[in-house]
Design a protein around this ligand. Structure first.
Ligand SMILES: [Zn+2]
Ligand SMILES: [Zn+2]
Length: 338
């Protein structure tokens, strides 16, 4: 595998995340945050000047909407070279479309779409996103969609009265029919001039991050539901920012966010962890390992922790208490620049 190169800077646009918060302040050295209410005012200039000297209006239909899922548009910059990846595609088509439009996101720059894992809250907006990206792109080739080859026919979990199915993920055929160039990959690989790295299977090295309790998958061949607690198709995205360190993008961290961070450092061959952004999944049964998780993250000495999506409020409280000044929650509509 080619090795990941250092980039000069990174920009992350949160197209979809669970939480809406355009008003909290961020004050983290080295992190620029925009997309808050005052920043979006220029999207709505006042035409007829009927309100004195006011030039802009904060229109609430320019504020993004939250949804249970994730979609991050990540641009890496090195010299004059820029590349953009879409990491996950949100739970529903209409929410991805709505937010991309409200953000005036330059989606024609997206060259690569990576799905973190087969769960509908990450794949649900895929078909619409692919169609919109292709329409906005100057290239005639369909945007690349990078998928793990092992797509379950359906995922779910063991409920009190038997398996509960989750909504199905789009199929490979549907994604291709939407206009994508599908690539299937279960090994770590660098992409786009080696400015990004997509992981392979995430090694489980901590004793306590034991996966998705009661997770199941449906086997179409046998017509049965089987235990599937490890979600082994989960992969993260990462970059290495010059002078700062590794920035990791994680979908749900079913593998455990400490396992994710450790593996990212191993892949980059560095000990400098700059930031981890995405779902930490420290909710429900996983609250049992919230404290060791945050303690072990602290050992890795990250500069910024950016929990979003399925992280849960307890994780944010624990991070702020344990590592004051390093918490920068990922919230929808925000643009983070490293
Ligand atoms: Zn999720
Ligand atoms: Zn998931």
């Amino acid at each position: 595998m080619a090795s990941l190169i250092e980039v000069d800077a990174l920009e992350v646009l949160v197209i979809v995340d669970n939480e809406v918060d355009p008003i909290s302040s961020y004050n983290i050295p080295g992190l620029t945050v925009s997309g808050q209410l005052a920043d979006i005012a220029p999207r709505a200039p006042l035409q007829d000047n009927d309100r004195g000297s006011a030039k802009f209006e904060i229109r609430l239909d320019n504020v993004c909407c939250g949804a249970h899922g994730l979609s991050l548009m990540v641009t890496a910059i090195k010299g004059q070279n820029r590349h953009t990846v879409l990491f996950d595609t949100a739970p529903e088509e209409h929410i991805w479309e709505l937010n991309a439009k409200r953000l005036r996101a330059d989606i024609g720059t997206i060259e690569w779409v990576q799905l973190s894992h087969w769960h509908r809250d990450h794949s649900g907006g895929m078909l619409k996103a692919v169609a919109m990206i292709n329409q906005a792109r100057s290239s005639k080739d369909g945007v690349v969609v990078d998928l793990h080859p092992n797509r379950p026919a359906s995922r779910g979990f063991q409920g009190p009265f038997g398996p509960v199915a989750l909504e199905r993920d789009p199929t490979f055929d549907e994604i291709e029919a939407a206009g994508a160039t599908v690539v299937k990959n279960d090994l770590a690989h660098t992409i786009l001039d080696d400015m990004f790295l997509v992981s392979g299977e995430i090694p489980r090295v901590t004793p306590y991050e034991v996966g998705f309790k009661r997770g199941m998958r449906y086997d179409e061949g046998t017509g049965t539901w089987e235990s599937d607690e490890l979600i082994l198709d989960e992969r993260f995205l990462m970059c290495n920012v010059k002078g700062k360190g590794v920035v990791v993008f994680t979908g749900c961290s079913h593998a455990g966010v400490v396992n994710v961070a450790k593996h990212a450092l191993q892949l980059a061959g560095t000990e400098k962890l700059h930031a981890v952004i995405g779902g930490y999944h420290l909710v429900g049964p996983n609250e049992a390992w919230l404290k060791p998780t945050i303690a072990d993250l602290k050992e890795l000495n990250p500069d910024i922790l950016m929990p979003g999506h399925c992280s849960g409020w307890r994780a944010k409280v624990e991070i702020e208490n344990t590592m004051p000044g390093r918490l920068a929650p990922s919230v929808v509509g925000t643009k983070f620049s490293f």
